[in-house]
Ligand binder design. Structure first.
Ligand SMILES: Cc1ncc(C[n+]2csc(CCOP(=O)(O)OP(=O)(O)O)c2C)c(N)n1
Length: 684
């Protein structure tokens, strides 16, 4: 078996065991250079799987890099999509793409997305990144091959933490039931996941007994012994009548002394110094031309940035966050903090309430749910680690709530409010139970991880569920207040959505926060501190000032709306009423109706597919009796029916046209229409 020419059937290159070992070493090096250039990504799990990847791509699989769509090729599925850089260097070394190009990993416009997307790069079989789905896709491909009478194999690469996903076991059952002997799955058993050791987070062993019970042939090997890997893959090919699982015992971070067995290196990239040390460990200092590769990455970034800036709306000066030029020394500076921090703070403060039980889904530190227990051992009994099992954990939360507890669970919003939607719908909302679901790292601003991790649809579902309450706070300060309210005051199903990236702090302790009630934010004058330039009042306490337009925003789009108000005032003399609609359900219809009646122009702004906020606001505008016959011009800012992509967080805000500059551009158009219509009325 080996790399082949699809047309002639000839073997194009036959790797010896020694050559495979050497290739794996080189792949580890290129992998780390790409991570370093990206500044993010997963070091630990890409290093642990590299020997297996080398054996698979260069020797065990039958495929042709010059003919990636060859129908008879073996398929290799990366269910563990976060190991994407290992997939990319495998494709590179096998000849599917230039190895050097992988250094553009995770950058804007790069085919090397944070998680693999098959439509971006030949050789990738499936798009992945949401764990636990690959084996099911393999089952589908294996069944298709059987229907078509084809003999190729479907290899599926998974992590051991990933085995916590219930879907893996549904697929395992299916493959066993259908005797799918064209499936060879490999588990990278490095014994670590994000929150620590797999056995502590949620035990998955004994995997051999479990897979055997589902009707699989089980092989257990040292996943760093090249001969054993190659033998196991060959043996697996010969098995008939049942699927094969190879349990490969590995070391997370393998090959780099300071990364080995360190949970901290799960989702981290080396800096330049660490890269140098790592390459020295791997004996690659002389072999990989790091400077050239990093220069290539820099060049790609410079071109991408240049093209992006050229598409941005232009104004007479730079209004970007904390931009400074000679004329603006000390003007409108703002502090930045991720909204998620407010969530953690509230949990730390309110956590003594004995009803609160926090559920860990293996991403506890970065979404700040770990703040509930960190430094507070007395709360340990109310911290329940459920592993990577969002669906079961959601229904378990319902069980806890039914018994009088107040469960809190959270993950990337796309995993905590999408993957488990039916569980939220039936077990929590239909039952009307007191559960707080946190949608963390929401929106495009999660950045380089790419589309699979950018929740842009969660609000459609959460807003559509009867009994559900939905809050999308504007900054870390408001997130703390909102979380406190939801924890201590509001009883019932509740969803709070916040982001990963640091965003401007635009409110303070004294800013009003009344659940279900919008705030009006008005620019008064430029000030050294951005927050001081604005006055914020409860919408119901606000008297009309005859503004030119209203911007209705939620979440991190509130600061953008405020900045748009600044641009519009400075550049065009327009007055803007910004409505901070932190509570989307129940919605403050009165504030929206007044804004529409009093300003005649309404622009919604959401970091989401257009429609979660815009749809709700439009419905109010269209159906509220107070607006019958009142001319209102409306538009919507948000993601325009497309998936996200990898890029730096603030770059993506520009790419998806979510910035204040874009809001202001739309506002200018709408206000011109309004003024023109008014003039027309007068002359008529
Ligand atoms: C459905 C889903 N939930 C959560 C995550 C976030 N996540 C990415 S990697 C990871 C840990 C994976 O652990 P493991 O499978 O053991 O992989 P390895 O340790 O080899 O990297 C988690 C929880 C995800 N990508 N998909």
């Amino acid at each position: 078996m080996s790399l082949r020419d699809a047309k002639t059937g000839q073997v194009t290159k036959d790797y010896s065991i020694d050559e495979l070992r050497d290739a794996a070493r080189l792949m580890r090096g290129y992998n780390l250079v790409a991570l370093c250039a990206a500044g993010s990504g997963h070091a630990g799990g890409t290093l642990s799987i590299m020997d297996i990847a080398a054996a698979l791509y260069l020797r065990a699989a039958e495929h042709d890099p010059k003919n990636p769509d060859w129908p008879d090729r073996d398929r290799i599925l990366w269910s563990a999509g976060h190991k994407a850089p290992a997939l990319y260097v495998s494709l590179g070394i096998a000849g599917f793409c230039p190895l050097d190009d992988i250094v553009t990993l995770r950058k804007l416009g790069s085919p090397f997305q944070g998680h693999p997307h098959w439509l971006k790069l030949p050789g990738i079989e499936i798009s992945s990144g949401s764990l636990g789905q690959g084996l099911s896709v393999a089952v589908g491909m294996a069944l298709a091959a059987r229907i078509d009478g084809k003999n190729h194999k479907i290899f599926c690469l998974m992590g051991d933490g990933e085995q916590q996903e219930g879907q893996v076991w549904e697929a395992a059952m299916e493959a066993g039931h259908f005797h799918l002997d064209n499936i060879v799955a490999v588990i990278d058993c490095n014994r670590l996941q994000i929150d620590g050791w797999v056995k502590d987070v949620m035990q998955v062993e004994p995997l051999a007994a479990k897979y055997a019970a589902f009707g699989w042939e089980v092989l257990r090997i040292d996943g760093h012994d090249m001969s054993q890997i190659v033998d196991a893959l060959e043996q697996a090919r010969a098995v008939t009548g049942k699927p094969v699982i190879i349990l490969a015992d590995t070391v997370k971070g393998k090959g780099v002394s300071f990364m080995e067995n360190q949970p901290g290196w799960h989702g981290k990239a080396p800096n330049r110094e660490e890269l140098n040390a790592a390459l020295a460990d791997l004996g690659l200092t002389e072999r990989i031309l790091v400077d050239n590769l990093l220069a290539k990455a820099k060049h790609w970034q410079a071109e991408a940035s240049h093209a992006l800036e050229a598409r941005m709306p232009r104004y007479s000066r730079d209004f970007w966050w904390n931009a400074r030029d000679a004329a603006q020394i000390d003007a409108m500076q703002v502090a930045m903090e991720p909204t998620r921090k407010g969530f953690g703070r509230a949990l730390a403060e309110c956590g003594d309430d004995e009803r609160i039980v926090c559920i860990g889904l293996d991403i506890s530190g970065s979404i700040t749910i770990a703040d509930f227990y960190s430094g507070k051992p007395e709360r340990a009994r109310r911290w329940i680690s459920m592993g990577i099992a969002e669906q079961s954990a959601t229904a378990a939360a319902a069980g806890l709530a039914r018994e009088g507890k107040l469960p809190v669970l959270g993950s990337y919003a796309t995993f905590s409010a999408a993957r488990n939607l039916d569980q939220i719908r039936v077990s929590i909302c239909y039952s009307n139970l007191n559960v707080l679901v946190a949608g963390a790292h929401a929106g495009v601003s999660v950045g380089a991880d790419g589309a699979t991790h950018q929740a842009l649809e969660d609000l459609f579902a959460m807003l559509g569920l009867p009994n559900m309450t939905v809050v999308v706070p504007c900054d870390a300060v408001e997130t703390r207040k909102a979380t406190r309210h939801l924890l201590l005051e509001h009883v019932g199903p509740k969803y709070i959505r916040f982001a990963r990236e640091a965003t401007p702090i635009v409110s303070s302790e004294s800013t009003p926060f009344v659940f279900g009630k919008a705030n009006v934010i008005r620019l008064r004058a430029e000030r050294p501190d951005f927050v001081d330039a604005f006055e914020t009042r409860l919408a119901e306490d606000y008297a009309d000032e005859g503004e030119d337009l209203s911007i209705v925003a939620c979440g991190p789009m509130v600061p953008e709306a405020m900045r748009a108000a600044w641009i519009l005032k400075q550049e065009f003399g327009f007055e803007t009423r910004v409505l901070n609609l932190h509570t989307l359900k129940p919605i403050d219809a009165e504030a929206i109706v007044r804004a529409a009646r009093e300003t005649g122009v309404v622009i919604t702004a959401e970091e989401h597919q257009i429609g979660a906020l815009a749809g709700r606001v439009s419905l109010i505008l269209a159906t509220h009796p107070q607006l019958y016959g009142v001319p209102v011009i409306a538009s919507a800012i948000g993601v325009k029916d497309r998936f996200g992509e990898s890029g730096a967080p603030w770059e993506l805000v520009k790419v998806f046209e979510l910035s204040a500059e874009h809001i202001a551009e739309t506002a200018l158009e709408l206000v011109s229409v309004k003024k023109h219509a008014a003039k027309h009325l007068v002359t008529a």
